[in-house]
Design a protein around this ligand. Structure first.
Ligand code: GLU
Length: 474
């Protein structure tokens, strides 16, 4: 292959590669692959004394389960093909982590940096209005979330817009996830995708067999990591693996270039610098390289592309030196590059698994909104009093002069504390990431015709989607 296919074609090529190994009827295969519908809207907003027209999309890939789920992206590169590819990935992602949703995605072609906050609110509300009135935002049919260029702020506007248009809907808060806590959000959603990348890596490093395939040994400690993109996902992933697992982030690639430090970068300081100056240039504890993309080809153990799609492609795949690539972004490796890397023996933890932490915690948020109660509210104190009971009893036994032992204060504090919402969310996310990894690796190791984790992930997801269609009688 000499020419690069589009992002959507790339997803289809990888889908076809997996589906060839399955025993699905051609009709069902096609039904699963195609995108069900894409709504395009062009709307005008009067801003700065003029009418500006914006183009937005909401694509629904599969409705084998409803609501359908997926973020809304605000970026200049948004177009139909991209939104459809991203919607398809949502279907497979949700199936893989067993979040009970179909796949969807939305996008608005806009550069959010060009508009001030008030203008962004007007534009977002107007876009939301167009989607709400067609049930493309709805707690039981279609539930968006943040994606590139959007965050808690936009989700708060969207939920408020939905409430204004559906004043008697008791489940209004569940129409969108990724909301701020005071607008019905859940603890741990902002960090969720990055946290999921960390849990995915931790799970990979639990298996010697898997590490051997990537020519790696040991744990995440001291592993040399390169991160591309220090947005929400890249920042949290880099922060957690460096601060908590002892990995060394030796380079970060951003819009304006890269910053390199073989001893490991302090991610919080770097993020602060980026927020203040708009880029990585002039960051004191590292060397600046203007040609950021060249750093993707630098020697490292783990490469984390956490920005745009298609950054590892036919042009640079051959030069990549990482042993392991974990796709924190959606579609960062093109189908052609995927083949090249596979032949080179690079292990790829695929996007539909690697970045599924976001939608997993979105699922928890949606459940929280529908149940109208914070996680842990009923059981936390009860759990604590049962623990206290046990400690009191042990203490009483300890009063027996014939037995000499003492519990450390640290143990007591930790043991006594009932789990709060954040801990429950993290535990639920860890469990989901481990279970999904295990389902994927089982296929990878037991079938000789499955050479990589991506094909394995597709097999698991497609199998689940197919089962759901078949049980519906389709
Ligand atoms: N935009 C995120 C993704 O691509 C999150 C989607 C969601 O939470 O629904 O997975």
């Amino acid at each position: 292959m000499t020419t690069e296919p589009s992002f959507r074609e790339s997803v289809d090529i990888m889908f076809n590669k997996a589906v060839k190994l399955m025993d699905l009827s051609p009709g069902l295969e096609r039904k699963i692959r195609v995108c069900n519908s894409t709504y395009t809207v062009r709307f005008g907003v009067r801003l700065r004394g003029e009418i500006h027209t914006f183009t937005g999309y909401r694509s629904v890939h599969s409705e084998h389960m409803e609501p359908v789920k997926g973020g809304i992206r605000f970026a200049m590169g948004v177009e139909q093909d991209e939104v459809e590819a991203l919607a398809a990935l949502m279907t497979y992602k949700c199936a893989l982590v067993q979040a009970p949703f179909g796949g969807s995605k939305g996008g608005l072609r806009i550069d959010p940096r060009e508009w001030d906050e008030h203008e962004m609110e007007q534009i977002t509300r107007r876009f939301a209005y167009e989607l709400i009135k067609r049930d493309l935002i709805n707690p039981s049919q279609n539930v968006p979330a943040p994606d590139m260029g959007t965050g808690e702020r936009e989700m708060a506007w969207i939920v408020d817009q939905y409430r204004r248009m559906n004043t008697t809907d008791i489940n209004a808060a569940a129409c969108v996830t990724g909301k701020p806590i005071n607008a019905g959000g859940i603890q741990g959603r902002v960090e969720a995708t990055g946290r999921g990348v960390q849990y995915g890596l931790q799970e990979f490093f639990r298996y010697d067999e898997d590490k051997a395939k990537a020519n790696l040994t040991g744990t995440l400690k001291d592993k040399r990591v390169i991160v591309q993109g220090l947005g929400n996902v890249g920042y949290h992933a880099a922060k957690f693996v460096s601060e908590e697992d002892g990995a060394k982030v030796i380079a970060v690639i951003e819009r304006d270039g890269a910053i390199v430090n073989p001893d490991g970068l302090n991610i919080d300081l770097l993020k602060e610098h980026i927020m203040m100056t708009g880029g990585v240039k002039d960051f004191l504890s590292g060397d600046y390289v203007a040609d950021g993309a060249s750093i993707l080809e630098m020697e490292c153990d783990i490469l984390i592309p956490a920005a745009l799609e298609g950054v590892i492609n036919l042009k640079n795949a051959d030069q990549i030196k990482a042993n392991l690539i974990i796709e924190a972004a959606n579609g960062p490796i093109t189908s052609g590059a995927d083949e090249i890397l596979l032949n080179k023996g690079v292990v790829i933890i695929p996007d539909m698994y690697a970045n599924a932490g976001g939608v997993t915690v979105s699922y928890f948020e949606w459940v929280k909104n529908l149940s109208h109660i914070r996680f842990g509210r009923m059981q936390r104190r009860q759990e604590e009093s049962r623990h206290q009971l046990l400690l009191d009893e042990l203490q009483r036994l300890g009063d027996d002069p014939s037995i000499t032992w003492e519990m450390s204060d640290d143990f007591k504090t930790k043991y006594l504390k009932g789990a709060d919402e954040l801990e429950l969310v993290r535990s639920g996310l860890d469990d989901s990431m481990r279970a999904a990894y295990q389902s994927m690796r089982e296929v990878w190791h037991t079938r000789d015709d499955v050479p990589d984790l991506r094909t394995a992930a597709f097999l698991v997801s497609i199998e689940r989607v197919a089962a759901s269609y078949l049980s519906k009688g389709l």
